[in-house]
Design a protein around this ligand. Structure first.
Ligand code: GRF
Length: 207
């Protein structure tokens, strides 16, 4: 049984997709053992409570230094005895010591087809604003392993979504969530839970 801890910072729609997929059996061999937010006010924590999942807030504001926050975050993840850490809209930089300890065991959902519209400053609506500004005809989402860079880890799954005439950033974001994020994040977790994902020469092989 894969023990999964989900890190959140916002509305938690990706967390909800994972919760629903476990309940529906489309994610197998998996238990969500904890949810951690960096913000006490976010609806994602409500979603965890409603699903009866242990949850807590660990905010940088609660600590006198970033190093103290980093240690508290890592201790909390260790405390859940996580096999896999899922960043579902998590907006805080993951400490290097955590990336080291959970090498190829932290995954992130990014709302673009990496390497487009990713890296520092590309998160949330900003990703979709940049895509519309560029006039691309296809966008999408990517699930990737987390390494020391920003959105640079080995790509696990991607799914493309068409841009439609007259799209606003909000409309496009919702379509990318509905048609890509909420599908490929649960799918990636299920593949990992069933031992079908390996990293070979820095690239993901799905068996
Ligand atoms: C969204 O912008 C999503 O594209 C990205 O994180 C943000 C919050 O998503 N992955 P969620 O509703 O909190 O899962």
């Amino acid at each position: 049984m894969l023990r999964v801890v989900v890190l959140v910072s916002g509305g938690g729609t990706n967390l909800q997709a994972i919760i629903d997929a476990v309940a529906a059996g489309t994610i197998t061999n998996t238990e969500i053992v904890g949810v951690i937010s960096n913000n006490p006010e976010v609806y994602a924590l409500e979603r965890a409570k409603k699903a009866g999942i242990p949850n807590l807030c660990i905010s940088p504001k609660q600590y006198e230094s970033r190093d103290a926050f980093n240690r508290a975050l890592l201790n909390a993840v260790d405390g859940f005895q996580a096999d896999l850490v899922v960043l579902a809209g998590f907006l805080v930089v993951i400490p290097e010591m955590m990336i080291e300890r959970y090498r190829n065991r932290i995954i992130n959902i990014h709302p673009s087809l990496i390497p487009s519209f990713c890296g520092t400053g590309f998160y949330g609506l900003k990703v979709h604003e940049a895509a519309l500004e560029k006039g691309v005809k296809v966008v999408g989402a990517t699930v990737h392993f987390v390494d020391e860079g920003t959105d640079t880890g080995a790509i696990i799954l991607q799914k493309a979504v068409e841009v439609q005439q007259g799209d606003t950033p909000e409309v496009l974001q919702r379509r990318v969530m509905e048609q890509a994020e909420w599908m490929i994040l649960p799918q990636a977790i299920d593949l990992i839970a069933n031992g079908r994902v390996e990293v070979v020469d820095g690239k993901v092989v799905i068996n």
